[in-house]
Design a protein around this ligand. Structure first.
Ligand SMILES: Nc1ncnc2c1ncn2[C@@H]1O[C@H](COP(=O)(O)OP(=O)(O)O)[C@@H](O)[C@H]1O
Ligand SMILES: [Mg+2]
Length: 333
């Protein structure tokens, strides 16, 4: 049996269904991400796992033990939120030590564990500072240390990085992943940011409207979207109706499917064997870092992405042939 099992979870608030039939099996030491738009039920899952909200139906088990009726404080589940919720009148060190004091851990042992934890989150030098003297990123590191020090079985992180600016967020993503690996901690991160999910996770559960739309490794989710929601939510896929795509390609596609997706970077100007061809007039080019994203107009609009150093100059208004390998035309269910 998996380390954390979520089985047939349903949640209703009054008449409205917020979660329907959520099933997840998570192994010890896995980094799992719940990814989805705002309001799709991500936080509700975390709250049910932590015991802060009751499910309407379904089961949570940790290490084979049914959590039904187990109080939040007895579940050994830690939580970190977007708002750091530190104790303002305690130093960094005192904040981090808090959970161990509650457990009446011996002072020698306590001191050592606090020092180790501060080193792990790169805050040893800030041990005696107060939260208000720290940046947002540093405060979130304290919150993380405070949650980790009591060695929870599962750590739940609800959009912990969403309030931070892009550069700090990237740095903390890397650190969070390194810490998780070092401790082999089982973590569930909630985010609405697909890049963040791709960057840190072993597996991603993409949610839509209270259900799991697809789960898999970042590569599986990115390269094999199963439906239109995933294709649109992850990585700016071009989504076509079968009729439009058949018109543009000039050849028939499987009648079993009504929608198809093509990744913008799967399109290219140099024809390779067996490539299919989309023809379109260049409408607009935008540069985003190292990537040039061009919109073409054929039967419908579609987008192509190229690396800047590929060095093509695309003339607006001119018609181009954009090629794609057959296996990069993905049928959606
Ligand atoms: N206590 C509550 N009472 C009624 N509706 C709620 C409550 N908590 C959350 N909801 C609703 O449940 C849905 C899912 O919320 P939530 O899990 O917070 O979404 P997410 O974290 O994905 O943004 C939302 O439509 C929200 O309005
Ligand atoms: Mg939420």
């Amino acid at each position: 049996m998996s380390y954390l099992v979520i089985e047939g979870l349903h949640k209703k608030y009054g008449q409205s269904t917020v979660l329907s039939n959520i099933n997840m099996e998570i192994e010890k030491g896995e980094f799992i991400t719940l990814l989805g738009p705002s309001g799709c039920g991500k936080s509700t899952i975390l709250r049910i796992v932590a015991g802060l909200t009751d499910a309407s139906a379904g089961k949570i088990a940790i290490e084979g033990k049914d959590m039904y009726g187990v109080q939040p404080k007895d579940r050994q589940v830690g939580m970190v939120f977007q708002s750091y919720a530190l104790f303002p009148n305690m130093t960094v060190q005192e904040n981090v030590a808090f959970g161990l004091r509650m457990q009446k851990v011996h002072s020698v042992d306590l001191e050592q564990r606090v020092q180790e934890m501060l080193a792990l989150v790169h805050l040893s030098e800030k041990a005696h500072a107060y939260p208000k003297e720290l940046s947002g990123g540093q405060q979130q590191r304290v919150a993380l240390a405070r949650a980790l020090i009591v060695r929870p079985k599962v750590l739940l992180l609800d959009e912990p990085l969403s309030a931070l600016d892009a550069q700090i967020r990237k740095k903390l993503q890397t650190d969070l992943r390194a810490i998780q690996r070092k401790l082999s901690m089982t973590m569930i991160l909630v985010t609405h940011d697909q890049e963040e999910a791709m960057a840190v996770s072993d597996r991603i559960f993409v949610m839509n409207n209270g259900s799991i739309a697809q789960s898999g490794t970042p590569t599986e989710i990115y390269t094999r979207p199963e439906n239109e929601f995933i294709a649109n939510f992850i990585g700016h896929y071009n989504v076509f109706t079968r009729q439009d795509l058949e018109q543009m390609l000039g050849e028939p596609l499987s009648e079993q499917y009504s929608k198809f997706a093509i990744r913008p970077e799967a399109l290219h100007f140099d024809k390779k064997n067996n490539d299919m061809c989309l023809t379109g007039k260049a409408k607009q080019s935008l540069m985003s870092g190292n990537i040039i994203r061009t919109t073409f107009e054929g039967e419908t609009l579609f987008t192509m992405e190229q690396l800047h150093q590929q060095g093509y100059t695309i003339e607006m208004g001119k018609t181009y042939k954009c090629y794609v390998a057959k296996e990069d035309v993905i049928a959606l269910s």
